[in-house]
Design a protein around this ligand. Structure first.
Ligand SMILES: O=CC(=O)O
Length: 358
């Protein structure tokens, strides 16, 4: 990987500064360094090390709130900027690119997912697009396994029982769930994260790992994983894990028909994007015990409204999209996003680029 680590960062002002005094009332903070380039950053609480790297070489226009920039503000703030440093809540589409205008040279997202960016449209306009693969693979795979175990072994439910007095005594079959040992694990989407999940679940003495992906993956040999068709994976797996990228072909691939093909004892886990699941069908499958349980780190929409039926189901765990949320992963993602922008503005290759415009 070409990604270069930067020297240790001296903590600076951004968030604490932003949260002090006058900045509370001003939604944008401008940081000048006499560069010809201006970079718009969509969150006040992007990790400081990445912002500091950009600030050393470019003028930074920082959205001075830790909540997403409202769309109307976003459209007003981007005209004339040379780069946008964004995250997965920021939609970068034609309208936004039109608003930014011809000086926009690069968009870099602090995420591996890029379904919020119209990459083709960026390419047509000569705008380079960067993202952050690799650096969050371990973090996301760890969370996926944690969610898998928490769902199968019913950890939130068990904790609730302990807290609320439901724990009357040890009981032979109380709070039981399926184990990974001797099970079949099916992984849908065998990219970097899918492979990292496979390596981890292998360590739990699983019987077999099967996967489906567009192509046969050499990496699967390392864990003895076998490529199968989607329907076979659904029918064979005790645990079905979705690590697939969200593209038109994967939208709602987990629907009524898919849940009906799964074992009634199956556990479904999704750490990719909420859009891969038809949530109404999932709610029905969980309510009517068509499958045993589900663990979701991603939903549609995010956040899931508090009155959403999935949040009321005991056999469903919902996490607030924290797959990559280790401290190191998030810092490294921020720094990679900064390097992507700086290299693009210098006309150099981005370390992690989605489109290659020469
Ligand atoms: O979901 C998280 C990411 O795309 O980085």
């Amino acid at each position: 990987m070409i990604y270069k680590r930067v020297p240790p960062f001296v903590p600076t002002l951004f968030r604490s500064f932003a949260e002090k005094s006058s900045f509370k009332t001003n939604p944008v903070k401008i940081m000048k360094c006499n560069s010809k380039f201006e970079v718009f950053v969509t969150r006040a609480d992007m990790p400081e090390s990445g912002i500091e790297m950009i600030r050393r070489e470019c003028n930074v226009k920082l959205w001075n709130r830790s909540s997403p920039v409202p769309r109307e503000e976003f459209l007003k703030l981007v005209p004339g900027v040379n780069a946008i440093y964004c995250c997965l809540t920021d939609k970068i589409d034609k309208e936004l690119l039109d608003a930014a205008g011809p000086d926009l040279k690069a968009v870099a997202t602090m995420s591996v997912g890029y379904d919020h960016i119209d990459v083709d449209e960026c390419s047509r306009r000569g705008i380079r697009v960067g993202y952050t693969p690799d650096v969050l693979t371990d973090a996301t795979a760890e969370l996926t396994v944690a969610l898998l175990l928490a769902t199968a072994r019913r950890l939130p439910e068990a904790q609730e029982e302990a807290r609320s007095g439901g724990w009357v005594s040890w009981a032979p079959m109380w709070m039981t769930g399926p184990g990974l040992a001797d099970s079949t694990v099916g992984i849908v989407g065998y990219g970097r994260i899918g492979q990292a999940v496979a390596r981890r679940v292998k360590g739990f003495n699983t019987k077999q790992i099967i996967y489906c992906s567009r192509t046969e993956r050499m990496e699967a040999r390392e864990v003895g994983a076998r490529k199968v068709e989607f329907d076979e994976l659904l029918g064979e797996s005790d645990f079905v894990i979705c690590c697939a990228v969200l593209v038109p072909e994967t939208r709602h691939m987990f629907n009524r028909s898919s849940f009906n093909k799964m074992k009634r004892t199956a556990i479904f886990v999704n750490t990719s994007r909420g859009g891969t699941v038809d949530q109404e069908a999932l709610t029905e499958a969980l309510t009517h015990k068509i499958i045993r349980g589900a663990g979701l780190d991603v939903t549609t929409p995010e956040p899931l409204p508090l009155d959403h039926p999935l949040l009321a189901l005991k056999n469903c765990i919902v996490l607030p999209h924290i797959g990559s949320a280790t401290i190191d992963a998030r810092k490294t993602m921020a720094e990679l996003t900064a390097v992507n922008i700086l290299e693009a503005l210098k006309g150099l290759e981005m370390p992690s680029e989605l489109n290659s415009i020469k």
